[in-house]
Design a protein around this ligand. Structure first.
Ligand code: PLP
Length: 233
């Protein structure tokens, strides 16, 4: 059985070490614990160890866990592909959505966000390695989409997210993350007040922190290997 508390301590240490090594302010990188395919019980162990932010990929699965863990008052981030018929639940129960890559989804989330809740924080998912099979908005379409989404009143456009190609070479990992950071800087220069770069996972978080990540999304290094994915959407 994975020792969740010990794994969280180790990951926090990796993050703090990377912050220090690459000249980042201490505590400037947030840890999002990616709990997809893992049980509510494991999430509860992580919560008991002080973890506040959790990421889920499949709405049906997320919904059940959010309901079960209501009393823990956790912060839920949706990070998976979004079908239009799932936006209502996401808008009502999540604080963040990292995986918006088209206007229609952003509009639905905006329209379905309850008035008595804070604006829904979103990141645009960018297909930064320009892979035909990957989700995410194309690099040359990010600016136009960001400008449109920035006008939605119930949405707070916070930044960009990417899942680059799985390079093992550190310099290549850094290059992909640098490309995302430069894209964010261009948007900032055009007047969008973006403060979030959601990048870095279990195997490449140091490279992401080196290039300006503000939120790393870590699953395996906290919860262990995932059971084989099934189609739970
Ligand atoms: C599963 C997943 C992660 C976590 O990946 P690990 O390699 O297990 O750390 C991060 N981000 C997204 C979008 C994911 O789907």
């Amino acid at each position: 059985m994975a020792d969740i508390a010990a794994n969280l301590v180790a990951i926090q240490q990796r993050i703090r070490d990377a912050e220090q090594q690459y000249g980042r302010e201490s505590g400037s990188v947030e840890l999002l614990a990616v709990s997809k395919m893992h049980t509510a019980e494991l999430i509860q162990q992580a919560a008991a160890a002080g973890q506040q932010h959790f990421g889920e990929n499949y709405w049906q699965e997320a919904q059940a866990k959010i309901h079960q863990l209501q009393a823990c008052q956790l912060s839920w981030h949706f990070i998976g592909p979004i079908q239009a018929n799932k936006t209502s639940g996401i808008a009502q129960h999540c604080d963040w959505v990292h995986s918006v890559d088209r206007l229609k989804i952003a509009q639905r989330l905006n329209d379905q966000r309850p008035d008595n809740m804070a604006r829904l924080n979103i990141c645009l998912q960018v297909n930064i390695s320009q892979e035909a099979s990957k989700s995410g908005v194309a690099v040359d379409e990010v600016a136009a989409l960001a400008q449109q989404i920035a006008t939605l009143p119930r949405i707070a456009l916070r930044g960009l997210m990417a899942i680059p190609k799985a390079y093992t070479d550190f310099a290549q990992q850094r290059q992909a993350f640098r490309n995302l950071r430069e894209l964010q800087q261009q948007l900032q220069q055009s007047g969008l007040p973006l403060d979030t770069l959601s990048m870095g996972m279990s195997n490449d978080l140091e490279a992401a922190v080196a290039e300006g990540s503000t939120m790393v999304r870590v699953g395996t290094a906290i919860f262990g290997a995932r059971p084989k994915p099934e189609n739970t959407q």
